[in-house]
Unconditional design. Structure first.
Ligand code: MN
Length: 228
């Protein structure tokens, strides 16, 4: 396993992010986490070889086959990371809020039976720079491809294939966690009320009394981040 980089970057005494985990289900899992760190991005993770192969997608996935989204490959994450939703405290790597934006099982497009054989097939595709998969998520379904580009060692493109799940509707407008039903902003606010606000931006914007105007300004703040 290749979790050395992951572990090196983190201090597990001060972050509640998972350290390991063992896959034991009959199907391969995927997760997409929406992560508001230095910059808002989506972390696209595919279970392969006992870990989560991971890409940071700055703009998030698009269900429009005409739109190719940049996906920067990052270090493998431990299997249990697929269940992580919460706050990475200030001062830690990736400090900020994380929600589970989508999750489910996935498989190769080519009909390969059995998890072991599927993983072998996918690892070969990964090495070749073209991973073709079917996602069975709550927000994302159908055929997708991750294609390595020649731009840099880590740059890939996330592309929706044309099928009945393709749509020009902006899927990232769906902003809630598929696990808790909350948005990143709600997570940030709930943390603020418990331990003091973890983010200065919230402190500055948060009103003393909830008023419609104040709510509007919070929404605008979050929208602004999405575009950055
Ligand atoms: Mn991230």
């Amino acid at each position: 396993m290749s979790l050395t980089t992951y572990k090196k970057k983190r201090n597990f005494k001060s972050t509640s992010e998972p350290v390991g985990g063992t896959s034991n289900r009959g199907k391969l899992n995927f997760v997409i986490q929406k992560h508001d760190a230095t910059r808002l991005h989506y972390d696209f993770r595919l279970e392969m070889d006992g870990v989560l192969k991971s890409w940071a997608v700055p703009k998030g996935p698009s269900t429009d086959p005409a739109v190719k989204r940049l996906a920067m490959m990052v270090e493998d994450h431990p299997y249990d990371y697929k269940n992580f939703e919460g706050i990475i405290p200030e001062g830690n790597y990736g400090a900020g809020t994380v929600i589970i934006w989508d999750k489910g099982t996935y498989e190769p497009i080519e009909p390969v039976k059995g998890k072991k054989a599927q993983e072998k097939h996918l690892l070969k595709q990964l090495k070749e720079g073209s991973v073709k998969i079917i996602l069975h998520g709550e927000k994302l379904r159908g055929e997708w491809a991750l294609v390595h580009t020649k731009q840099s060692e880590n740059s890939w493109l996330l592309i929706k294939h044309k099928d009945k799940f393709a749509s020009s509707a902006e899927v990232t407008n769906k902003s809630k966690s598929v696990v808790s039903g909350i948005t990143l902003l709600q997570l940030e606010k709930s943390a603020g009320s418990k331990n003091g606000s973890p983010k200065k931006a919230v402190k500055k914007v948060a009103p003393k009394k909830a008023s419609p105007t104040a709510k509007k300004s919070l929404t605008l703040t979050s929208k602004k981040k999405v575009n950055s």
